[in-house]
Design a protein around this ligand. Structure first.
Ligand code: F6P
Length: 338
């Protein structure tokens, strides 16, 4: 049986389909290598040297959230892997207030890489799935890649996006704007192998993901939507729905990519002054790109996520994404009730 490795897939996207150039291919290879490194670090857990990689780092990120040792280590793995290849103009991360410049001793490329190095990091200590999310943009002509403004482009400008899930297996899900593919890390060979071609999110679903403990803070359209789902077969939807919440966006989105569903982390009365909870540029946009490429939809409730022109690097946003018909119902409720 012919196995398609990530390298082969990328070479074919470049050579046969002309979808990516050599620099973008290198970038994606390097990001995947970094994800392998993160996967290995996570796998060592508490058994690693110097007390292991779990636990608090004793510092805070730009959002004022406590950093875990693995947040910092994953960030360093991604920075270190990507800064010398010559394919990048700059990088930005959830863990750094300002963009990371490529040192002068290395050549500069045309791309900008944004990432959440370790999504869902509160799951680490309890040995539940976490992930890495990334987005690739072009550095605009003449723009200064040390400035946040160069990164502040709408999600529609992304040339590639992906996420790795570090779960029972390590997976890499990727789009270069040519559908969505999923690779599984074969640990014996050390390669990502194509295991799901052309991932498609079913339009209809019976599953939803939301942190129900926030219900008292929700806006009326979200409350109405979730009430409809909870009413089940006897309610307006006429069927029973199931609920799941892993509390790591990568894992919740991956479930939706695999068997459909809808994910909501909406703006609410508690997070309104911040604009929402999830970050636009390295969480919502890459996930929106992947979900749309798989036939799904991603909205704030009132606008398409990928249309938003960011005004800040670490901007937050309301996120409702997944199976298209469900996302459309939430949008309809927002239209009717606003
Ligand atoms: O990035 C933040 C994040 O960890 C997401 O991965 C996840 O979906 C969400 O926060 C979980 O938030 P909460 O702890 O409020 O349920």
């Amino acid at each position: 049986m012919r196995r398609t490795t990530l390298s082969r897939y990328l070479i074919e996207e470049q050579r046969e389909k002309g979808k990516i150039n050599a620099d973008l291919r290198l970038l994606l290879e390097v990001v995947s290598r970094a994800c392998k490194g993160i996967s290995i670090a996570i796998g060592k857990g508490a058994s690693a040297e110097n007390g292991g990689v779990f636990g608090e780092a004793g510092s805070e990120n730009v959002q004022g959230e406590a950093q875990k040792k693995l947040d910092i280590l994953s960030n360093e793995i991604l920075l270190e892997a990507n800064e010398w290849g010559g394919h990048l103009a700059g990088m930005a991360s959830e863990e750094m207030a300002e963009p990371h410049s490529i040192p002068n001793r290395y050549p500069q490329g045309e791309y900008l890489l944004l990432f959440d190095p370790l999504d869902g990091s509160s799951n680490i200590d309890i040995n539940v799935s976490v992930g890495t999310i990334f987005s690739v943009l072009r550095c605009p002509d003449g723009a200064d890649p040390t400035q946040s403004s160069s990164f502040q482009q709408a999600g529609t400008q992304q040339v590639a996006a992906g996420y790795a899930v570090y779960g029972p297996t390590t997976l890499l899900v990727l789009t270069v704007g040519d559908g969505v593919v999923c690779f599984t890390l074969d640990r014996e060979y050390g390669s990502f192998v194509l295991t799901h071609e052309d991932m498609q999110i079913p339009a209809d679903t019976k599953e939803f993901a939301i942190n129900m403990s926030n219900a008292r803070f929700w806006d009326a359209p979200v409350k109405r939507y979730v009430d409809d789902l909870l009413a089940g077969a006897n309610g307006p939807r006429g069927k029973d729905f199931n609920m799941r919440w892993v509390a790591a966006m990568v894992a919740d989105v991956h479930r939706i990519m695999t068997r459909g569903g809808v994910f909501l982390y909406p703006i609410d009365s508690r997070n309104r002054d911040k604009g929402g909870k999830l970050r636009l540029m390295y969480e919502a946009n890459p996930m929106a790109f992947i979900v749309e490429q798989a036939g799904g939809a991603a909205t704030t409730g009132t606008e398409r996520i990928m249309s938003i022109v960011p005004t800040a690097l670490h901007q937050r946003v309301s996120v409702i994404l997944g199976s298209k018909s469900e996302v459309e119902i939430v949008e309809k409720y927002y239209r009717e009730m606003n």
